[in-house]
Design a protein around this ligand. Structure first.
Ligand code: ACO
Length: 425
């Protein structure tokens, strides 16, 4: 204590970095982005290869534990995650307490915090359980090592419950014998395109099997959305996690951050924008309004990418595969006209504004029949994996966890005397 400077100003440099443009908050070995060259890798593997060859749960394993799973590891991990999809029957009461028209993100954000109330390790005063959980990976026999499985497994169930409660429908118990994304679509049970694939599965009264092209499309979208290094919501999870609350609360905080239109709400904003443009001939007028700063070109621009987001190319291809099953979205022509015009326009070129992951994803979700306010939920479900990977990495870092407590540059008044109520003007 003796060598601590008494005057705060002597404690070193204080940097003002609005929006954290140049602030690195953590050392990480999870995801690599080269924004100038449009490169994205999970644990060193190019996103293009993972999207082409991997499954979402394989990528989940990779992101959280650092390597692609062996066959034996996958055959342990996958059923653990899927088996943990089942929610306690009491949870039905929690979901039914929401208004019939509640936004699904409001329900889901609350549901993650609520989930913590079921587990003993989710009590911040029991810190030994927190650390035990972080260490527990596949093969861990500790009950508390199972919580990765719980959060990934239950993300789809909570999302499906948030979906169905608004329709006044019974909840569906996650089926067996289906992949992660197929099980999710099955629980939602809303896709008219699925009729061609009837099955004998009868859980919750449903009688269909989701279309395999749509299942694979959603799996790829989940892979692409699983992580993206220090985006706003992952940073929020770490910021929240740094004061050592339970991870369910940290993930609820991440969910709230993702909800915003500048982050996970952007794909919904893209559809609203396309609907407002109406048809390709209105594109020039819309772009002129963007340049006058009256409108935002949603689905374009990124803090890190100064060229096209590599995920946008993969998604564009997935969109065509989905449209081949569902029929093309009538907004597609407007989207293509807008995309092509913006990429040729000096205003957007000079600012290095190119399509991001959200430009095409909303069109796919719409074609698959999802309501617009459910789009951010479809982002949260896979991003739970990235949040967990970052949270676990921070908790297990050899230096230990340091609370994230930034400083500010104070610009308010200097000391002034208190003014009694009757003398205030
Ligand atoms: N439309 C019009 N102009 C834009 C856009 C846009 N979408 N994005 C950036 N610009 C302009 C800014 O006005 C600014 O211009 P100026 O220098 O003349 O003032 C310049 O481009 C630089 O942009 P910044 O705002 O500094 O970029 P920042 O890194 O802060 O913001 C963000 C990134 C929030 C993603 C922004 O590009 C944006 O709002 N895009 C639309 C929303 C969107 O698509 N979000 C999804 C992001 S991806 C994701 O979360 C999965």
């Amino acid at each position: 204590p003796n060598d601590r400077p008494e005057d705060e100003s002597e404690r070193g440099l204080r940097v003002s970095d609005r929006g954290f443009l140049n602030t690195a908050v953590i050392e990480s070995s999870i995801t690599y982005i080269d924004g100038d060259n449009g490169i994205l890798r999970y644990r060193g593997y190019p996103i293009e290869q993972l999207a082409a060859k991997s499954s979402f749960l394989e990528c989940a394993y990779l992101l959280i534990y650092g390597s692609l799973p062996t066959r034996a590891q996958l055959s342990y991990f996958e059923p653990e995650v899927l088996n943990h999809g089942v929610m306690h029957a009491d949870a039905a009461g929690f979901f039914r307490a929401f208004r019939y028209d509640a936004h699904p993100m409001a329900i889901l954000t609350s549901a993650f915090a609520y989930l913590g109330s079921y587990y003993r390790e989710a009590n911040p005063s029991l810190q030994e359980y927190l650390h035990e959980w972080c260490k527990g990976g596949p093969g861990c026999t500790s009950e508390h090592g199972q919580a990765d499985f719980r959060l990934i497994g239950k993300a789809t169930t909570l999302a499906a419950m948030a979906y169905r409660v608004r329709q006044g429908r019974e909840f569906v118990v996650p089926p067996t014998g289906m992949s992660y994304t197929e099980s999710f679509l099955f629980q939602l049970d809303h896709l008219s395109h699925s009729d061609a694939f009837p099955t004998t599965l009868t859980s919750g009264g449903a009688t269909y099997r989701p279309h395999p092209v749509l299942v694979r499309a959603l799996d790829i979208l989940f892979i692409l959305h699983a992580d993206h290094e220090m985006n706003a919501s992952s940073t929020t999870v770490l910021q929240t996690g740094s004061s050592l609350p339970d991870p369910y609360s940290a993930i609820a905080a991440g969910c709230a951050s993702l909800y915003g239109p500048l982050h996970g709400g952007a794909n919904e904003a893209v559809i609203r924008m396309l609907v407002s443009i109406g048809s390709p001939e209105n594109v020039p007028e819309f772009l002129a309004a963007v340049k006058r700063r009256e409108k935002v070109l949603s689905g374009f621009g990124h803090r890190v990418y100064k060229t096209s987001d590599p995920r946008s190319f993969i998604i564009r291809k997935v969109a065509d595969e989905v449209f081949a099953v569902t029929g093309a979205d009538p907004l597609l022509n407007t989207a293509m006209a807008l995309h092509d015009a913006a990429l040729k326009d000096a205003y957007f070129v000079s600012r290095k504004l190119a399509p991001n992951v959200d430009f095409w994803s909303g069109l796919i979700y719409r074609a698959m029949g999802f309501p617009m306010d459910f789009f951010p939920v479809l982002f949260v479900v896979p991003r739970v994996v990235g949040w967990l990977a970052h949270w676990r990495q921070m908790m297990l870092s050899p230096e230990g966890v340091k609370i994230w407590r930034p400083r500010q540059i104070y610009v308010g008044p200097s000391e002034r005397p208190y003014v009694p109520l009757e003398e205030r003007q």
